[in-house]
Design a protein around this ligand. Structure first.
Ligand code: R5P
Length: 314
């Protein structure tokens, strides 16, 4: 992979190192820090003319930087690579931030998912490789190829440890019913849906349950946990309806506000989250991380060699 050049932003160096290890290729040199006034300063440390460049950067907030800082780092690195004559630039964005504002459902609100798509495209990316977009349709906000990986192979491996007759896959809201049903169909397990109402962007309430969970082990699968309200309320409802145990598997652990505390106080017996976003300090013991490094690494390898990535979508 002589001309595959991997670069990492500052948002998630551990994940970038895991991807580099899988690909047996180094992370390339770059200066990535701040000017005295806080502006992002980038300098690519190697000749990238004619190279196939991949920039790894989830656009999440971290303990060290805001969502906006990490997004700006990504845009600035892409700009630098483009101007240094890279042959192709792929943004590898394990968590695509600003995705939840993806439709104009009330007057005078922005479409931030589209805005970020415009920014990335104008900065000069040729492709986007991402994971579990909040809404699959966001792919249509780009007029370049987008590969939207799913954590399903990783989660199915976890779920395979349960007896399917005792297992119920639970969608925490109507929006996630289709993807959750795909798990239940593959596992031949039970399936249930929690009916959730959202009072504001960050406040939700679990209302009613469709499906049987009594004396079964429940697994709630979702794309994002942010404040934790959706998950904690859904788990409470399942226990109230007689579930034997409640676990969760979530792709993107945003863990905003009091999410850690809410989970620590919750009825969950285990909470699995992938490492698309680095965990903040103070993670409660029930959280277990599984890595997407190999999955993303394989998608990068296949992209580089112009191979199909559909085998990754089991
Ligand atoms: C909503 O549609 C998403 O799939 C998640 O359920 C939501 O973003 C979780 O937010 P919170 O943890 O703040 O309830």
């Amino acid at each position: 992979m002589l001309d595959l050049f991997l670069f990492s932003g500052n948002a998630h160096p551990e994940l970038a190192s895991g991807i580099a290890a899988y690909l047996h290729t180094p992370l390339r040199k770059r200066v990535l820090d701040r000017f005295a006034d806080g502006e992002v300063r980038v300098e690519i440390g190697e000749n990238v003319r004619g190279r196939d460049c991949f920039v790894i950067q989830p656009t999440c907030g971290t303990a060290e930087a805001t969502v906006n800082d990490n997004l700006m780092e990504l845009l600035t690195m892409v700009d630098a690579l483009r101007r240094a004559s890279a042959r192709r630039v792929t943004a590898v964005v394990p968590y695509f931030g600003y995705a939840r504002q993806d439709r104009k459902d009330t007057p005078r609100v922005p479409l931030t998912a589209k805005l970020v798509a415009n920014l990335l495209t104008r900065a000069g990316i040729d492709r986007l490789l991402t994971m579990d977009l909040h809404a699959g349709q966001i792919q249509g906000y780009f007029d370049i190829p987008v590969d939207n990986l799913l954590p399903r192979p990783l989660f199915l491996r976890e779920l395979g440890n349960f007896d399917s007759k005792e297992l119920v896959i639970v969608a925490p809201d109507a929006g996630s019913a289709k993807i959750n049903r795909s798990y239940a169909d593959r596992l031949r397990s039970g399936f249930a849906i929690v009916d959730k109402s959202r009072h504001s962007t960050d406040v939700s309430k679990a209302l009613t349950l469709i499906g049987k969970v009594k004396d079964r082990h429940c697994f709630i699968i979702d794309d994002i946990i942010s404040t934790g309200g959706t998950m904690v309320n859904a788990a409470r409802l399942l226990v109230d309806r007689g579930a034997k145990s409640v676990r969760a598997a979530v792709t993107h652990g945003v863990f905003a506000g009091r999410a850690y505390q809410k989970l620590a106080d919750s009825v969950f017996s285990e909470f699995i989250v992938t490492d698309t976003i680095p965990l903040r300090p103070g993670t409660p013991g029930i959280i277990r991380t599984i890595s997407v490094a190999k999955l993303i690494g394989e998608a990068i390898r296949r992209t580089h060699y112009d191979l199909s990535i559909s085998v990754l979508f089991i």
